[in-house]
Design a protein around this ligand. Structure first.
Ligand code: ADP
Ligand code: MG
Length: 538
């Protein structure tokens, strides 16, 4: 087939524009991204070859080679991984498959990126980061037992694809560097970057015939040997983030169940936390061999913000990805990891509340989903949640424990009101009667609250929405209501006949300053729920 010229999808053009025109800091991360892709490609090939050794065509000396050519100003990153076919290369290097991409990029202004490059760091620029330093990128790739293909682009609107020859299976990514980026052709600079970004990578990374990385997987080393800096670089490398993580959890489990895990809580909420499929983000290794980064069994979806790796030594190496869900050991690992994460959060909340608050602002809304998903940990999750309430100043928060501590002895239940903002909730007639009785009402402003809170009980106290039915009617109020019901029977009948939009009009004892209010019976959907269902296309 002859050369064909194709246009990038709009979201790729937009991303390239931002990369070329706005992303001036953190340029060196292009090397991390390209080495990480090369490593991923090798992992995939090795995994395929486990079950089908012929595919590897005898080339199983896994490795990555970096070649600098000062004369032509090119830097080449080569791997003998899985390669890409013509269709795959067009798909992988011409589109961005992740959901929510277009919305994210549309909202992102170039000026924002100039001032806060970490915004795009949370998105993960991946392969396209090559255009931070190169004015032209050529990719030559050959998958096992297939012809080779050449992809080329100047990082503008389009790219070309043509057939080519390549002896070795795998991929060469060739960067033609911009003027002024010659530092990336210098041995010492490249060595330092490889050490910094990829030292723990299992596959050898060769420069000038020498292996540069120490190849010791971080998670296999003892904790006391690893400094924060190393953990942070590892995090940034696997999470493709620009910023350090908020928290690191390194676990070494020995005995009946052997595994090692290094988990991270990011500092910032990723752009697609609520768009993407709610999947876990952990990389699963078995005895150092990468198996998958889509193992839903490793962590429940309410902890999907956690990044990291898990290396299980007891699992059979030839377990297929599809079979993973039937491996009982994974379930045990998962329970163990969930326990560690919740414990870490609890400690952070107790010892460093400001940092915990940052965590909660980013991920509290996801953590809450666990109230409905993970009954065995429900109380532990509830304990971690923060809320504004009628008793806190705007912006300040309280907890369920603090609520219980301040609760009068004659109060039986925990009150809350859910809605879109504190401002709106504060003025709701539903809290008038409770305020009058000095009852604290928690304000719940995450969409998920409506779904999860009604079923929650904390330390024996039920959570009750104050806009559902009557709460806490005293004997006195009951009598006054009953006598008013008699007095106003005619008027109430008239309202009930004339007002079609409401199900029922009745006399209430709950109001103080307002003349009337809308309430919900237990079966009805709340307005927020209806909105959420609409957003989900229901
Ligand atoms: P990500 O790695 O997060 O998927 P990238 O932008 O880094 O995103 O890469 C896009 C895709 O291009 C990869 O998912 C992979 O399918 C393909 N790819 C990139 N580099 C290579 C390579 N060296 N070998 C094989 N495939 C590659
Ligand atoms: Mg990548």
């Amino acid at each position: 087939m002859a050369q064909s010229k194709r246009k990038f999808r709009t979201e790729v053009s937009k991303l390239l524009q931002i990369i070329v025109h706005s992303l001036y800091s953190h340029k060196e991360i292009f090397l991390r991204e390209l080495i990480s892709n090369a490593g991923d490609a090798i992992d995939k090939m090795r995994y395929e070859a486990l079950n089908n050794p012929d595919l590897a065509e005898g080339d199983t000396e896994w490795g990555i080679t970096i070649t600098a050519d000062k004369e032509n100003r090119t830097l080449t990153i080569s791997d003998n991984g899985i390669g890409m076919s013509r269709d795959e290369i067009a798909e992988n290097l011409g589109t961005i498959a992740r959901s929510g991409t277009t919305e994210f990029l549309e909202k992102l202004r170039e000026q924002d990126v100039k001032e806060h490059p970490e915004l795009i760091g949370q998105f993960g620029v991946g392969f396209y980061s090559a255009f931070m330093v190169a004015d032209e990128v050529t990719v030559i790739s050959r998958p096992p037992q297939q012809p080779a293909v050449k992809w080329r682009s100047k990082g503008d609107e389009s790219y070309t694809i043509e057939d080519t020859e390549k002896d070795r299976r795998g991929t060469d990514v060739i960067l033609h560097l911009n003027e002024g980026e010659e530092e990336f052709l210098e041995d010492h600079r490249l060595k330092a970057l490889i050490k910094k970004f990829s030292d723990f990578m299992e596959h050898p990374i060769e420069l000038e015939g020498e292996t540069v990385n120490s190849r010791k997987a971080l998670w296999l080393r003892s904790k006391s040997d690893i400094g924060d800096e190393e953990y942070h670089e590892f995090y940034k490398s696997i999470a493709h983030d620009f910023e350090d993580p908020l928290e690191t959890i390194h676990t070494i489990a020995e005995g009946a169940l052997e595994f090692r895990a290094v988990l991270f809580i990011p500092s910032r909420r990723p752009y697609d936390l609520f768009h993407a499929e709610p999947k876990s983000n952990l990389h699963l290794y078995i005895q150092r061999v990468f198996i998958t980064d889509e193992c839903e069994e490793l962590l429940p979806s309410y902890l999907r913000f956690i990044k990291g790796v898990v290396d299980a030594s007891d699992l059979p190496l030839n377990v297929s990805r599809e079979m993973l869900q039937h491996v009982p050991a994974l379930n045990k690992i998962r329970n163990n990891l969930v326990g560690r994460v919740l414990k870490t959060l609890k400690e952070m909340k107790e010892k460093d509340f400001d940092r915990y608050r940052r965590f909660h602002d980013s991920f509290g809304a996801v953590l809450k989903e666990g109230l409905a998903q993970d009954f065995s940990n429900r109380e532990k999750i509830a304990e971690l949640l923060l809320f504004e309430s009628t008793a806190t100043d705007p912006g300040d928060v309280t907890t369920l424990d603090a609520y219980l501590d301040g609760m009068p002895s004659d109060q039986e239940e925990i009150y809350y009101l859910a809605g879109s903002s504190r401002e709106m909730l504060e003025h709701s007639p539903h809290i008038e009667p409770l305020k009058a009785r000095s009852r604290e009402v928690l304000f719940m402003t995450d969409p998920v609250d409506e779904f999860v809170m009604p079923s929650v009980e904390y330390k024996g106290k039920k959570l009750v929405a104050v806009n559902r039915d009557e709460v806490e009617e005293t004997e006195e109020e009951k009598q006054s209501r009953e006598s008013k019901e008699k007095d106003y029977a005619g008027l109430v009948d008239l309202f009930n006949e004339e007002l079609d939009a409401v199900k029922e009009v009745r006399v209430s004892s709950r109001l103080r300053e307002s003349a009337c209010c809308l309430t919900l019976d237990r079966e009805s959907m709340t307005p927020q729920m209806e909105l959420l269902m609409k957003q989900m296309g229901q």
